[in-house]
Write a protein that binds this ligand. Structure first.
Ligand code: GRG
Length: 303
């Protein structure tokens, strides 16, 4: 139920996020082949990581952006499900021995630990591919034809954004990176998909060009803040709390904000980025309650 249409006087983010997760999970469940569909291993592997208990922040941002622009969740669910498929694919591949070599994700053994490396690679490939099939079902929006929306997602997933960030991250391991180098990685590895999540949400609601610009500023800054907080949590929280191996960045000699500027300054930077995100929401006149609440939650989260 969209926040501004709920009639509730007090907005409850927990209830909102639960409802958003359920709606997105139903869309994903309908879109993916059944786990028993031949060859069952690949469909089990796709579903294993997709339904392993992720926070569903990108879909929630997508739905909240759509309602900030006067849209209904129903119109944004295809975009929300598509961005979650891209995100889950990137996590499966990131955890592979050839990349971050992680055993634990979303509180469970990683995909390759359960299904083997070959199937994990293919499960990631299949989730990447199905994301575009799901987005292709998005309802028509006057200002944003399907080509525009598909290009938005392909460019974010491609070699100039998500993959560029991952390459720069891999190549930066063990090197002394500057804050500018780190910003380059964070913009691509993390911020790009969060930004696209809100942009696609806005597009699904046929947002105005000005609204799209505001959503872009919001998504860019929330995305950067998200990664700074992720870096902080890596050194301050336990593996159990995070559902993924804590302390990995230090072990892999990765450049992170806490490593370069220290914890206190990193917290300040995350707050400044979130403030910038908030100030982009002025144009939505009371319809951005959920976007604001999610940005605040992302800043204060502990996992
Ligand atoms: C293209 C293989 C490939 C990778 C691209 C996205 C990415 C780069 C790698 C994934 C690992 C990683 C550390 C990404 C940065 C973004 C991030 C902090 C992801 C974790 O997102 P959460 O906390 O995860 O939303 P859940 O599990 O809750 O969905």
């Amino acid at each position: 139920m969209p926040a501004h249409q709920s009639g509730r006087s007090v907005f409850d983010l927990g209830t909102y996020l639960d409802a958003a997760s359920q709606a997105v999970d139903r869309t994903l469940d309908r879109a993916l082949p059944r786990a028993t569909r031949k060859p069952a291993t690949i469909h089990k592997a796709m579903r294993y990581s997709l339904f392993a208990g992720g926070k569903r922040m990108r879909p929630a941002l997508c739905l909240a952006a759509s309602e900030a622009c006067g849209g209904e969740w129903a119109g944004a669910l295809a975009s929300a499900a598509a961005v979650e498929c891209i995100h889950t694919y990137s996590l499966i591949h990131d955890d592979l021995p050839a990349m971050d070599n992680d055993d634990f994700r979303r509180g469970k053994p990683t995909n390759h630990k359960v299904f083997g490396e070959g199937v994990a690679i293919l499960a990631g490939d299949a989730l990447l591919t199905i994301a575009f099939e799901i987005l292709a079902e998005t309802p028509i929006s006057k200002r944003y034809p399907l080509k525009t929306q598909l290009t938005e997602l392909t460019q974010t997933a491609g070699s100039l954004q998500l993959i560029a960030g991952q390459v720069a991250d891999l190549e930066g391991e063990g090197k002394r990176l500057s804050q500018t180098d780190l910003r380059f990685i964070h913009e691509r590895k993390t911020s790009a998909l969060l930004c696209t999540s809100v942009r696609l949400g806005g597009m699904s609601a046929n947002c105005s060009p000005t609204q799209l610009e505001s959503l872009t500023t919001f998504g860019y800054n929330v995305g950067l803040a998200f990664q700074v907080i992720d870096d902080i949590l890596d050194v301050t929280q336990s593996t159990e709390k995070l559902g993924k191996t804590a302390g990995k960045d230090t072990a892999a000699q990765k450049a992170t904000y806490p490593a370069i500027v220290g914890l206190e300054k990193s917290r300040k930077i995350a707050q400044q980025l979130t403030d910038k995100a908030f100030s982009a929401l002025g144009a939505f006149k009371g319809k951005a309650t959920a976007l604001e609440a999610i940005a605040d939650y992302l800043l204060k989260r502990d996992h």
